[in-house]
Write a protein that binds this ligand. Structure first.
Ligand code: B12
Ligand code: SF4
Ligand code: SF4
Length: 318
């Protein structure tokens, strides 16, 4: 089997699982890193952001993989997860957006290993700007909301990127494209509660985005209205109302239901080791219990969000 066959086998095996991919030369990594470095230099990416946010970009700049020959970008379709909490005698539903379901990463790694290892090729996670890589390699297009869209998945997906030492056989590299659906549309701009999507510049106003704040352990700034909270982490507004997501908007999976006692324990912000294993197991490996105080703050915000709670479900305003 030559390298072209191996690359083809990798992409077809991913495709059998419903995943889409692109493979480009690892030489593009330096260009992607330069873009990040320039944005850090100019302040578009603010080094004063919270620790986790800055750490993402520091990892991108510091990762060295001298043996890398190619980069594989993979889009995995993911549903919105629904989680129900019992509180004050009511059942209340909240959402977890598509990208936070990490359990699929193990499946992707198993597939790559299964195809590459028999031929002696290695792979490792690539810390790169994933949307930009997906767009430049032709796997995705940007929406005006600054999110990546892939044919057949809308934006309901998780992006993964890997370096491999499989030599590149084809190398598509292009300017990032915007969705055709964005022409004349401003639904995401209008629905964003925080004004994070700027009609005059493509790049997101990061520190306005609700996700930036509910992923951070820092207290919410006073300008965040409590009625905006509808997700346990993240925010679905600029994706839910997007016409390019019309075919995937219904992708929802019930993840778990928590009793009044379990909800009360989570609101205390206790670490996973102090919680009943049955409760911990309900979160799968979403990683939300890694920061129990953040989870507790977000859960409280969703439960108290004014005018958001409806019996049996959180209204997304449809
Ligand atoms: C930091 C980060 C954040 C930060 C900052 C986001 C940002 N824009 O930088 C915050 C916390 C705000 C955030 C929010 C969200 N994030 Co986030 N985030 C990341 C992370 C770690 C890095 C993003 C990054 O590279 N930023 C750097 C900038 C420079 O890149 P960029 O945003 O793509 O900007 C480029 C475009 O603007 C383009 N561009 C500029 N001008 C123009 C003009 C045209 C015409 C075009 C086409 C393009 C274009 O050039 C810029 C680069 O120079 C990635 C994981 C990763 N390693 O990539 C996840 C990631 C991007 N996030 C993801 C998700 C899902 C989200 C949320 C939707 C979460 C949620 N709410 O549910 C929101 C989306 C908010 C939004 N509307 O963009 C997913 C994206 C999946 C997808 N379908 O696109 C990723 C890839 C995580 C993953 N593994 O799946 N995120
Ligand atoms: S809501 Fe409209 S403008 Fe925004 S990303 Fe979707 S299609 Fe583009
Ligand atoms: S995730 Fe929410 S706050 Fe952030 S840009 Fe989209 S709609 Fe605005």
């Amino acid at each position: 089997m030559d390298n072209q066959d191996i690359a083809g086998r990798l992409q077809s095996t991913l495709s059998e699982h419903g995943f889409k991919s692109s493979i480009v030369s690892a030489s593009h990594a330096s260009e992607l890193r330069e873009t990040i470095a320039e944005h850090m230099e100019s302040g578009v990416i603010d080094r004063r952001g919270y620790r986790g946010y800055v750490a993402f970009f520091e990892k991108m700049l510091s990762q060295q993989v001298p043996w890398a020959q190619s980069i594989v970008a993979i889009a995995v379709p993911r549903p919105v997860l629904e989680v129900i909490f019992a509180a004050d005698g009511q059942k209340r539903s909240t959402l977890i957006p598509p990208t936070y379901e990490h359990s699929v990463d193990a499946t992707v790694k198993t597939i790559i290993e299964g195809v590459l290892a028999p031929h002696g090729y290695r792979f490792v996670r690539a810390e790169l700007p994933k949307k930009l890589l997906a767009a430049r390699s032709g796997l995705a297009r940007y929406g005006k909301n600054n999110i990546a869209y892939v044919k057949g998945m809308g934006s309901y997906l998780r992006l993964l990127t890997f370096y491999t030492d499989l030599p590149t056989v084809a190398d598509r590299w292009q300017d990032p494209q915007v969705l055709d659906e964005c022409a004349g549309c401003a639904a995401c701009i209008n629905k964003c509660p925080a004004g994070a999507i700027d009609p005059d510049r493509f790049y997101l106003r990061t520190t306005r985005c609700l996700t930036y704040h509910n992923e951070s352990p820092d207290p919410f700034p006073s300008w965040i209205d409590e009625s905006w909270h509808h997700c346990l982490v993240g925010c679905m507004k600029c994706q839910h109302f997007c016409p390019a997501n019309k075919d995937v908007r219904s992708w929802r999976r019930h993840l778990a239901e928590f009793t009044e006692e379990e909800t009360a324990l989570l609101l205390k912000g206790l670490p996973a080791c102090d919680l009943p294993p049955t409760l911990v197991a309900k979160f799968d490996d979403l990683g939300l219990l890694e920061e129990p105080v953040v989870l507790a703050r977000n859960l409280k915000s969703v439960l108290t969000a004014k005018g958001r709670l409806v019996a049996g479900g959180v209204s997304t305003g449809e």
